[in-house]
Design a protein around this ligand. Structure first.
Ligand code: ATP
Length: 225
């Protein structure tokens, strides 16, 4: 599904290159559920942002679904992202001024789905996540766990093949976190969604099929579960 080859990311600080990712190579097959771990500052979010095309590497090759992403223009990359990728953030990133319904609907508007289609798809998602009763509320009127469910529903609404999650349970209590992890497991096993999550939790990491440990912008170790 995706391949990173000799990817580096650096920032110039007083004329020196400060490497955040250092000659990192990674292949991900469709159907995998990968957990990325590592100490703070080891490059986990930077790696996820490059995989998710929110950021570009400084060097190296990036292939996704038979496209050479490193050669694409911004507009083509964004089209590829919209077609294939859903992103879940630790801080939810919901739009405060939009209702639950409208937040979930947003990606479909960007993708030019028709009104009737959009209504059916959002209704489906609300139902699936048991949040029909919350559809007219605003994010501030929801608990953290509910906000994250809305964030996940929004990430999944356009049926992405790849779900990326940056500490999706970071702001949740352990029960809410477990529910989200069970949901990820189901998405991966039953719907075949490929998942890559960044986590600090050993327990959450073990929901994955492979754990990758980063250290100083390199893959220090990789363990198949
Ligand atoms: N725009 C930037 N300019 C300079 N340095 C940056 C920039 N963005 C990130 N970095 C640096 O990149 C390094 C890796 O950051 P990253 O967020 O990927 O780490 P992380 O492993 O996800 O950490 P955490 O677990 O704390 O979230 C950090 O040292 C950070 O300071």
């Amino acid at each position: 599904m995706l391949s990173l080859q000799h990817v580096s990311k650096y920032y110039q600080v007083s004329g020196l290159k400060n490497f955040v990712l250092n000659d990192l190579s990674l292949d991900v097959d469709e159907g995998e559920f990968i957990s990325i771990m590592g100490p703070s500052g080891s490059g986990k979010s930077s790696l996820l942002n490059i995989i998710g095309m929110l950021d570009e590497p400084s060097d190296g090759y990036h292939y996704f679904a038979d496209h050479a992403v490193h050669q694409l223009k911004e507009k083509q990359r964004s089209a590829l992202y919209k077609q294939y990728i859903g992103f879940v953030f630790q801080a939810y990133h919901l739009i405060d001024e939009l209702t639950v319904y409208e937040n979930i609907e947003t990606p479909l508007i960007y993708q030019d789905f028709k009104g009737t289609e959009r209504r059916a798809m959002v209704a489906d998602m609300l139902d699936r996540f048991s949040i029909v009763g919350k559809k007219d509320l605003f994010p501030a009127q929801l608990s953290g766990g509910q906000q994250q469910l809305v964030g996940i529903a929004r990430a999944l609404i356009a049926k992405p093949k790849l779900l990326l999650a940056d500490e999706p349970t970071g702001n949740l209590n352990s029960k809410q976190g477990e529910e989200i992890m069970e949901l990820f497991r189901k998405l991966n096993k039953e719907d075949g969604v490929t998942i890559i999550q960044v986590t600090h939790s050993e327990k959450n990491a073990e929901y994955g099929s492979r754990i990758i440990n980063l250290l100083d912008g390199r893959i220090e170790s990789s363990k198949q579960l």
